[in-house]
Ligand binder design. Structure first.
Ligand SMILES: [Zn+2]
Length: 217
């Protein structure tokens, strides 16, 4: 046994410390370490430094664990975010996606005040918004007329028959004064996009055909 060179033992030490040697080798190294101070010192040192990786293993494990946790959290955060976005989209759809309320005589009544001002009375439960124009001089059947265009829009939450939230506790009609309406000859109801007319994508005639004449002086 004494014939084994220290260099051979020291070559084996890392494996010995890691406990990945055969029992024979283990016994061999054990026996040598009991008689050789040099190799024992080497062994103690190696044990000292090689114990660190064992702690590192724990660290590595906790890092992996943390990483996994972060992944999990990202997943949770991601699904929360998705839910929030979906909720927001639904919210937007319910409260902001507006479309024109079709004209019906029982919902919209134009009333002329004593001074000639026109007031639009809305008789529905609720609505989202009101769109109106200042008087526009338009040639209709060869005659220049001052017309006002108007329409109301609704969302799912706010519509003539909505009872979605019942925030609108208004009793009776809601009034909207048509701007500069004393000189207005006619009021048309319906969705309009004046930009189209200005850009000549649509003629006045085409636009007014889509709308409903709801009041005439
Ligand atoms: Zn030795």
């Amino acid at each position: 046994m004494k014939e084994i060179k220290c260099s051979v033992i020291q070559d084996l030490l890392p494996l010995y410390v890691d406990e990945v040697v055969s029992n024979d080798t283990k016994t061999l190294v054990n026996e040598h370490l009991q008689v050789c101070e040099d190799c024992k010192k080497e062994y103690e040192q190696m044990k000292g430094t090689l114990y660190v990786p064992i702690e590192n293993k724990a660290t590595l494990f906790s890092q992996l664990n943390k990483r996994w946790n972060r992944k999990k959290w990202l997943l949770v955060f991601g699904s929360v975010l998705t839910t929030t976005l979906l909720g927001f989209a639904l919210f937007s759809f319910i409260f902001h996606y507006a479309k024109p309320i079709p004209y019906t005589a029982d919902l919209f009544v134009i009333e002329e005040m004593e001074d000639g001002t026109l007031v639009s009375n809305y008789l529905g439960e609720s609505h989202a918004g009101t769109h109106g124009t200042h008087p526009l001089a338009v040639e209709i059947d060869g005659e220049i007329k001052n017309i006002s265009l108007i329409y109301y829009d609704e969302t799912i939450a706010n519509s003539p028959t909505s009872n979605f939230l019942r925030e609108d506790k208004r009793i009776g009609s809601e009034q909207f004064i048509l701007p500069d309406s004393q000189n207005v000859d006619a009021v048309y109801y319906g969705e309009f996009d004046l930009e189209k007319v200005i850009k000549e994508e649509q003629t006045w005639e085409e636009l007014l055909q889509q709308m409903t004449l709801i009041w005439e002086r």
